[in-house]
Design a protein. Structure first.
Length: 346
């Protein structure tokens, strides 16, 4: 894990997961003047909605006869805008510790530390974990010169960068890193891509201009020592092999769903799901709540609308933990001028 470089952040609620349930939780918490920080391994909000089916229509969201995963996410982001939530994208929740004062400290793999009295797990089916390419010995280079995400572009300035993959991530980072890398080579097992066509066109133009290299090939072997790459052996369809100089390897082979480090948080699990009570959506561990597809309880339905309901009840319970000396007054957004003021519609 990277060492924290900044002092811990303090807030009311930390939400692990920025899918629909996590996003709507920001709204419900915001109505109660509770501030939230969200941590998500993806580089944008939406969770499964935007990662797995951004253009797939969803028909069972109340009031929206039809909406794509991306449209639903965009509407939720617009809805929570008044509450100024802070997002930590591209970070994985790695560790959870109980502090002496009763609050929780969440640490991420990017060195971020967030302290809050309430922790909410809204991680859907778990974390989206990058798929490791079938290259022998790749583990020895991971985190040093093999990276599954780009956290800081400057890390790759002046380096010989090798990218593998044919989706949007591979093409996007090919285009973004080309101007700052010493050299950039993109490899894909075929001369066809799943990425946006304009990105593919831009990539091919850079190849024509000899600013980057593209090979229909696969990465067969990595070379280097002490975790630092020096080169890679590529293999073409004709089994011809050749070496390229490589300081950094970025494989984008897609994502898979795994519970990930959440399994090590000390939370009681049942078949990789988190049992919660249905009055508060709190786990057996006080101060830790669960909402969305990752939770289980009698009668649980894995529907987005269920996650919205769970978020509302969680927020009410969270208020009593975050503001133990204040009285919670239940209000309706349709009739409360104070809530409408918070939403900017008064």
């Amino acid at each position: 894990m990277n060492q924290p470089t900044d002092p811990p952040i303090e807030t009311d609620v930390v939400i692990v997961g920025a899918g629909p349930a996590g996003l709507f939780a920001v709204f419900e918490l915001g109505l109660l003047d509770l501030k939230a920080h969200l941590v998500d391994i993806l580089d944008r909000p939406g969770g499964q909605c935007t990662e797995l089916y951004p253009e797939k229509p969803i028909y069972d969201i109340p009031g929206l006869p039809i909406a794509t995963g991306q449209e639903l996410t965009d509407r939720l982001m617009e809805q929570i805008k008044p509450f100024g939530a802070t997002f930590h994208f591209g970070e994985m929740a790695k560790a959870l510790d109980k502090l002496a004062d009763g609050r929780w400290k969440l640490s991420t793999d990017a060195g971020t530390e967030i302290i809050a009295p309430v922790m909410v797990i809204a991680a859907g089916g778990g974390s989206f974990m990058p798929k490791r390419p079938p290259v022998a010995g790749i583990e020895a280079f991971e985190g040093i010169s093999v990276h599954y995400a780009v956290r800081k572009m400057e890390t790759f300035r002046g380096k010989n960068v090798l990218i593998a993959g044919g989706g949007d991530s591979a093409l996007d980072w090919t285009l973004n890193l080309a101007p700052i890398a010493k050299s950039l080579t993109l490899v894909h097992h075929r001369d066809g891509f799943r990425a946006a066509q304009h990105s593919v066109n831009r990539m091919r133009e850079l190849v024509k201009q000899k600013k980057i290299n593209f090979h229909v090939a696969s990465v067969k072997t990595l070379h280097g020592e002490g975790g630092q790459l020096s080169g890679a052996t590529l293999s073409g369809h004709d089994k011809r092999e050749w070496q390229v100089e490589t300081d950094a390897f970025l494989p984008f082979f897609g994502l898979t769903m795994k519970l990930g480090p959440i399994a090590e948080f000390g939370i009681n699990l049942h078949e990789n799901l988190i049992p919660v009570d249905t009055a508060r959506f709190e786990t057996e561990t006080p101060g830790i709540f669960g909402i969305g597809d990752i939770v289980t309880y009698p009668g649980k339905l894995k529907l987005i609308l269920s996650g919205f309901h769970e978020a509302a009840l969680m927020a009410q319970a969270a208020f009593h933990i975050c503001r133990p000396n204040e009285k919670l007054r239940f209000q309706y957004t349709t009739s409360s001028s104070s809530l409408q003021k918070k939403l900017g519609v008064a």
